[in-house]
Design a protein around this ligand. Structure first.
Ligand SMILES: [Zn+2]
Ligand SMILES: [Zn+2]
Ligand SMILES: [Zn+2]
Ligand SMILES: [Zn+2]
Length: 259
């Protein structure tokens, strides 16, 4: 694998790869940083770097399998790191505070449901899902239907005034930038009839943060959360307490998307 790394910066080669007349190699980034693009390994000082299409082809065609169980993806060698940072199958810590369990997303969903009785619901990206979540339910797991990604919906009291609700993506290694957006809202349907059918709406739109330790996530401490006041609550399914939040949740993949 050593031939696939730039000898100057040690990073994996990605096209374009450069080569001097005597066969020394360098990546595009290093050549750009060299004075006049000259090879330092060539003592006579006239070793100019030229593109090396043959090695570009090797670099582009060398694929490695993702080591995460259940992933089955092969990516080019120089994209392997990036893929692993974003891989939905990277093992993640449990979403329950204090639990030491670590597992890939599908195992995590099964585990939180079986071990902690956390409700698990599937969501389709780009579609609105409606959940009635009891205010007494601090955690719920949302699982992406196409890719099995796990999102943690957390709720917690904001004093007596409201319940804070937020969403994070649970993943083994946090990607540098958000890859999902989430719109979440509640409608004040109870008073709609009195207001000519128009209902108040409380809505947030957020860049979904990734958490490698979802058990520590507290909704009210997140940069963005939905504040659901008591007026928005509806009675539980069997008409009994606890009251429930009639949440509308829509998760979208942020563009540009690449794995
Ligand atoms: Zn380099
Ligand atoms: Zn050289
Ligand atoms: Zn993977
Ligand atoms: Zn657990």
């Amino acid at each position: 694998m050593c031939v696939l790394h730039c000898p100057l910066c040690q990073l994996p080669f990605k096209p374009p790869v450069f080569q001097c007349k005597r066969g020394h190699l360098a990546c595009g980034g290093c050549v750009a940083r060299l004075p006049c693009g000259q090879c330092k390994a060539c003592a006579d000082g006239d070793g100019f770097f030229d593109p090396c299409p043959a090695l570009d082809a090797v670099v582009s065609s060398t694929r490695v399998g993702c080591p995460n169980a259940g992933c089955h993806r092969y990516v080019t060698y120089h994209e392997a790191d990036e893929h692993q940072r974003a891989c939905p199958h990277a093992p993640c810590r449990c979403a329950e505070p204090g639990c030491a369990f670590v597992g890939a997303a599908p195992d995590l969903a099964f585990h939180v449901n079986a071990a902690h009785s956390v409700p698990v619901r599937s969501v389709q990206y780009g579609k609105v899902s409606r959940f009635q979540v009891p205010v007494s339910t601090p955690r719920m797991l949302l699982v992406g239907e196409d890719d099995g990604r796990v999102f943690l919906l957390t709720a917690g009291a904001l004093g007596a005034a409201a319940t804070a609700v937020s969403v994070v993506c649970a993943r083994g290694s946090a990607a540098t930038k958000p890859r999902f957006t989430c719109k979440m809202w509640v409608n004040l349907t109870a008073s709609a009839a009195a207001n000519g059918g128009k209902a108040d709406i409380a809505l947030v739109e957020m860049q979904v943060r990734s958490s490698t330790c979802p058990g520590n996530v507290v909704a009210a401490a997140e940069p963005t959360f939905l504040a659901v006041t008591p007026a928005y609550l509806v009675p539980g399914a069997d008409g009994a307490a606890p009251m429930e939040m009639p949440l509308n949740v829509r998760i979208d993949k942020a563009l540009p998307w690449s794995d």
